[in-house]
Design a protein around this ligand. Structure first.
Ligand code: PMP
Length: 444
């Protein structure tokens, strides 16, 4: 199987020249928090297969919802036609979304949700007929997806450098860095002093800025950087002051991952546009929603109350299977009290990780929010100097852990976990024991 995979499939993210031998692990089945490969070896999926499998693999309720929907309607064109699962999903999401969000547009994945948000915001300022605002603001280190618009607002050189001539006009103020806070503060009791970079950017260029896009509470690809709630509160205020749209990219952090249903809830703020995907279908099907306020939606009417065009649709927009699965996912949240249970579980996760890293040398910081835990390893604990990135410390640990049967993820000098919400005590212990052994084995 591996040979055929290599012959026919390009895995762009893992087949890079600086990666060591690439051998895909071919997975045959999944159940609960475990994946099983074609040789019968099991792996604990400690990253919910990249934020998506919230309830583990092969969840019976979702399986049933999927099969039931497949037996009724697998797909229908979404232009001039609609269907029950899409309507039910839209209603459910509006009921739980931050206040003021009132209308959804369907997309296929996180990148397309971001793409729609950028297009909406850009066109919004033309619709309301004010100054032509053509610039976006995104933080350094931001990650918002892989399509050209989403890449443009991404701030990770590795992903977008080569495409620079194609990218949108984006201003990139320095983002928060709580572990190495230049103000010597702590994320839990600071006044988000680092917001001054954003403030300055907006004060100087607000006439040209259409939207600010942000990953609320956690800049994931930037290094699982968890930042202060105050930053978001200040950002909302600033956007209001200058009539700039705030786009919350909840693609990764939405659906309970940070301990609240949406990460914006930590700061009790509502964005003008919110993007969700990943956990929306609990790992079953690609689907996304771009959710907006009346302010945005109403701008697309003229004085005769005739809708002006916002042109965006995909062949699979509002796919009934995806919608039915998403409805079931949201039902599980409600009926099984997932957010409440997560709060208890995340406390346990925090305690257990703290215990497991207690005597590991080189731990710079352990940071955690909700069901996300990240360990940053450093060369020097006192100065916080990191290891040379070329050593790819996280990646070396990741490889050892995979061999031992736990799939965690590396990010530079960081290894992180975000297990399915259904993980039990025993499985948490197993996951952390392997992570600990792998870190120690690497450190020698
Ligand atoms: N935004 C954020 C914050 C993400 O983490 C991701 C995916 N990692 C995306 C957007 C893009 O989502 P997708 O991979 O589904 O296109």
């Amino acid at each position: 199987f591996q040979e055929k995979d290599l012959k026919y499939i390009w895995h762009p993210c893992s087949q890079m020249k600086d990666y060591e031998t690439f051998l895909p692990i071919v997975i045959k089945r999944g159940e609960g928090v475990f994946l099983e490969d074609i040789n019968g070896k099991k792996y604990l999926d400690a990253v919910s297969s990249w934020w998506v499998n919230l309830f583990g693999h092969s969840n019976q309720r979702i399986n049933d919802a999927l099969y039931n929907q497949a037996n009724k309607l697998e797909h229908v064109i979404f232009s001039n036609f609609s269907h029950e699962p899409a309507i039910a999903l839209a209603e459910r999401i509006i009921n739980i979304a931050p206040k003021g969000l009132s209308k959804v547009i369907f997309g296929d994945n996180g990148s397309s949700a971001v793409e729609i948000a950028l297009k909406l915001s850009f066109q919004y300022h033309q619709q309301i007929g004010k100054i032509k605002k053509t610039k976006f603001v995104a933080l350094t280190g931001a990650y918002h997806g892989e399509t050209i618009g989403a890449l443009s607002v991404g701030g990770v050189d590795l992903y977008n450098k080569i495409y620079k001539p194609l990218l949108l006009d984006v201003i990139r103020p320095q983002g928060p860095d709580c572990f190495r806070c230049p103000y010597g503060r702590n994320r839990n009791n600071c006044n988000a002093e680092c917001f001054e970079h954003m403030e300055k950017t907006v004060e100087e260029q607000h006439e040209e800025i259409t939207a600010i896009i942000i990953e609320p509470m956690v800049q994931a690809a930037a290094g699982m950087k968890i930042y202060a709630v105050k930053y978001l509160k200040k950002l909302r205020k600033l956007c209001d002051e200058y009539n700039i749209n705030l786009i919350a990219d909840e693609v990764a952090v939405g659906f309970g991952r940070t301990g609240e249903m949406f990460a914006c809830n930590h700061a009790s703020i509502s964005p003008d546009i919110m993007c969700v995907s990943k956990g929306l279908t609990a790992g079953y099907l690609p689907l996304s929603l771009t959710i907006m306020t009346d302010k945005i939606y109403d701008a697309f009417y003229d004085e005769y109350h005739t809708m002006k065009a916002f042109l965006h649709s995909h062949s699979y927009s509002g796919n009934p299977l995806g919608c039915a699965v998403a409805v079931e996912t949201l039902k599980i949240f409600e009926e099984e009290n997932i957010i409440k249970k997560n709060k208890i579980k995340s406390k346990l996760l925090k305690e257990k990780i703290e215990e497991m890293i207690e005597d590991i040398p080189c731990v710079g910081e352990f940071r955690q929010i909700g069901m996300i835990g990240a360990i940053e390893l450093v060369k020097d604990q006192r100065t916080k100097e990191g290891f040379d990135w070329r050593k790819r410390v996280g990646y070396q640990i990741y490889k050892i852990a995979v061999k031992k049967g736990v799939l965690l993820r590396p990010l530079g000098n960081i290894v992180y976990f975000m297990p399915p919400y259904v993980i039990n005590d025993h499985e948490i212990d197993f996951m952390l024991q392997i992570a600990r052994d792998s870190i120690l084995e690497y450190l020698g």
